[in-house]
Write a protein that binds this ligand. Sequence first.
Ligand code: AQP
Length: 336
Amino acid sequence: MAGETEKKKIIFSGVQPSGNLTLGNYLGALKNWSILQDEYNCFYCVVDMHAITVKQEPASLRRRTLETLAVYIASGIDPEKVTLFVQSHVSAHAELAWVLNCSTMFGELSRMTQFKDKSAKNESNINAGLFTYPVLMAADILLYQTDLVPVGADQKQHIEIARDIAERFNNTYSPTFVIPEPYIGKTGMRIMSLTEPDKKMSKSDENANSYILILDDKDTIIKKFKRAVTDSNTVVRYENGGGIANLLNIYCSCTGKTIEEAEKEFEGKGYGDFKLAVGEVCADSLEPVRQKFDELIKDTAYLESILKSGAEKASRQAYKTLDKVYRKVGFYKLPR
Ligand code: AQP
């Protein structure tokens, strides 16, 4: 069925192995990835080169790279259907990023909110990689001639700059890149911190109560939801905003219910009952992932075999694009 695969639209997405994956990564990214895998030709990557824009302990980064792959598969992503690989295994990512760096403006990178947020959090390590992160992300996407990028709403600005970079290159030279579109799922688009609901849930947050990890056990999940910040109201309504809107969003993402249905279900009930219910449905959704992960992580040989064939498959597509780019910018090519 190779012909059919070729005709499918292309998807690229990735998660950084910069910490243990959170409920935000699961609902904002992984859940959508597995929904899309039948319909599209998907490249799902563990983006380790992005992770080193923030200081990483080498042994932990190495371990988490394999764990992130195991979480992908445990979340329902099927290695038989999609291409799974590690970013640093396909050097075309770094090579294309350099070319694109040379046509990306300092001013446009200065406007990226993630750069502003992360440099405020890492004052002692505001490195050039953190600044050019969106260019590497553009290279990730454009190498695969990606049509659609499933991401949480927090990444929308990065997709916009990838589109600008691609359009600029196409206009300067000639059509080279497909212009990618963001795909943002209906629910789970932006899961907020449980302790500071105006901030997104983030795996590198220093406060472990602010996030739910995909691999947290049921007791921990329930405890964290019990402590979640709400507001001084007592009525479970989305319009109350803040923590309650976030918990409703999580509840609906886990159950498939609409906000109206959930509000009705909790009419006349207090925040205590509601938080417990959110904890229960969240723990139930994550339990099968945790069980599958425990099995997979023991089988290093299996995980490595997936990464090996994934890197080969990804490289074929990536180098096709990179060759084209090198030719267009005028790099001298030796005869074979
Ligand atoms: N809170 C979130 N809500 C919805 N989607 C989210 N994503 C992350 N957090 C949320 C989605 O997960 C994908 C990969 O994210 P990433 O780990 O590569 O980078 P990130 O967005 O910077 O995530 P973190 O957890 O905040 O990482 P750190 O703490 O290392 O910076 C993306 O599709 C993202 O939208």
